[in-house]
Design a protein around this ligand. Structure first.
Ligand code: FAD
Ligand code: MLT
Ligand code: ZN
Length: 476
């Protein structure tokens, strides 16, 4: 067994700190090839996607199936070890990495997709299935997964459930929680709950899928999910619309949501993000150079929705400063590149603080306009790069410090307090993780936090599942 005060932050031989019998037992469960111990092998599992959160782990375990997860959890509980469940490690709030030398249970081998149930329009997939593989699995049946996001090649269905991921199609299908019809998971004592029948109506007590969606690995390790599927809408048209002001973009978003039945996505890129991403991809701003905001709007339907989009854009009148339309796949992908490459573009500039927030529609433009000066009062050298899912009121505020360094810690406090003051949420879709748990009280009352703790104690009495995540420490 390991002792946290000795290991964390020191160059010690972590492997030696685990009881050799325990190591052997772990190896017997998953096989020696899937019980990783050397730092060279565990490194990609211990640092997060942004590089901001770096931990260490005595062991990364890669189980093949639910019963192996169950055995691992029983053994960890007996040995007094804490666990960080991990999927694709694309999370952006530091929740997927072992910050206090926990063991990591990676779901990546649990990527089996069961046959598509075309009659019910559902599928059961392993938690470690990447989103792209799940999409590819169902698309031959003209069906689609309701949630889509730029990390699709790496993020897993289990991780998307655990974070209640949002992405670009929430305006049409809702977030991950809305796609769930059943779940299989391993609880903190190793017991397995499995409810994968996929009945549309099933009021037999508490809803585990709903509870585990957004639980960030703190209540159970998800091993399989039964997902609702949607008809695949192959006829698509996208447009990039430039706006002189943020307010114009907000008003136009509301109008497009009212007038476009085929609306699939309404994404936004603000000024700083547009100049960064266009430099990054080596292309000029397609329309409306010097604008304050650009929307990427996509419509999708069984029959060509181009006229629908063209009419809706016409109806925007002088609100829209300029428009570029993508009819064929290559042009549409070209427009989407400006949106989907922003996260990567920011990462080339340094280590940002990623604040992912939702605002009420009536306060959105005020927020976006005020944030840069709010940040500069705390850290004069910090810059804010903003973009997001405007159809959901979701703005991603990425704050970069001087020379690629992290900004002053106080910027998080200033922005998140401002969000709460305006009636918004401090986490729209990325979760609370480690990054935001000290701010959870801004959105949740004492009574809610007490209820959260009661749920956590009920399902994980020893506190071994992702202990650094979501809930603020008891003494804070
Ligand atoms: P991980 O990062 O491995 O884990 C995330 C959390 O879930 C951790 O707390 C972990 O402990 C827990 N977890 C993982 N698997 C399980 C499991 N099987 N059981 C229990 N707990 C588990 N997010 C959005 O919501 N919308 C976006 O549009 C979006 N775009 C992104 C674009 C890029 C380029 C990147 C890098 C990230 C983006 N993200 C987005 C964030 C990220 O992809 C999502 O949070 C995703 O859901 C994480 O999935 P993952 O498999 O990588 O999970
Ligand atoms: C996105 O919408 O692209 C993401 O959530 C990723 C990010 O916030 O960087
Ligand atoms: Zn997002």
């Amino acid at each position: 067994m390991c002792s946290s005060s000795v290991i964390y932050g020191h160059k010690v031989d972590l492997i030696a700190m685990l009881d050799t019998t325990v190591v052997q037992e772990f190896q017997e469960i998953v096989g020696t090839n899937h019980a990783l111990q050397e730092e060279a092998l565990t490194a990609t599992y211990t640092a997060d996607w942004t590089g901001r959160f770096q931990g260490k782990s005595p062991m990364v375990l890669r189980p093949a199936d639910t019963s192996q997860v169950s055995e691992l959890v029983k053994l960890a509980a007996r040995a007094g070890l804490s666990i960080v469940p991990q999927g694709g490690n694309t999370g952006l709030v530091g929740g997927s990495v072992p910050l206090n030398e926990e063991i990591v249970i990676s779901t990546l081998r649990m990527d089996h997709c069961e046959p598509v149930d075309v009659l019910a329009q559902q599928v059961t997939v392993g938690a470690g299935t990447t989103l792209a593989n799940a999409q590819a699995h169902v698309s031959p049946f003209n069906l689609d997964i309701g949630v889509d996001l730029a990390a699709r090649d790496s993020c897993t269905i289990g991780g998307m459930i655990a974070t209640n991921a949002g992405g670009i199609n929430v305006v049409r299908y809702g977030p991950m929680r809305d796609q769930l019809l059943g779940i299989e998971a391993v609880l903190s004592d190793g017991s397995i709950i499995s409810h994968l029948e996929g009945l549309e109506k099933d009021n037999t007590g508490y809803n585990f899928p709903g509870l585990l969606a957004g639980s960030e690995g703190t209540l159970a390790i998800i091993t399989k999910a039964r997902l609702r599927l949607h008809p695949r809408l192959n006829e698509r048209c996208s447009a990039m619309i430039a706006f002189k002001t943020v307010d114009d973009a907000v008003v136009a978003t509301s109008q497009l949501r009212r007038t476009l039945p085929a609306l699939q996505a309404v994404e936004v890129i603000f000024g700083e993000a547009m100049s960064l991403v266009s430099d990054h991809i080596g292309a000029s701003v397609p329309v409306g150079l010097g604008s304050q905001a650009w929307l990427i709007v996509e419509v999708a339907a069984a029959n060509d929705p181009t006229d629908q989009l063209a009419n809706a854009i016409d109806d925007l009148g002088p609100l829209a400063a300029d428009v570029a339309v993508g009819l064929d796949t290559a042009t549409r992908n070209g427009l989407w590149e400006y949106r989907e490459k922003i996260t990567e573009a920011i990462a080339t500039q340094g280590t940002p603080h990623k604040l992912d927030v939702t605002l009420p529609a009536s306060r959105l433009s005020e927020f976006v306009n005020e944030v840069p000066s709010l940040i500069s009062t705390v850290d004069g050298q910090a810059t804010a790069v903003m973009f997001g899912h405007l159809g959901d009121g979701n703005v991603h505020v990425n704050i970069l410090g001087a020379d690629g360094n992290e900004p002053d810690e106080g910027v998080d406090d200033a922005v998140l307090n401002y969000v709460a003051e305006l009636g918004g949420s401090i986490s729209a879709e990325h979760g609370i993780g480690t990054a935001k748990r000290e701010f959870l009280h801004l959105n949740r009352t004492e009574a809610e936090l007490a209820a959260f703790r009661a749920i956590k104690r009920g399902l994980d009495p020893r506190g071994i599942l992702n202990p650094n995540v979501l809930l603020p420490p008891e003494d804070s």
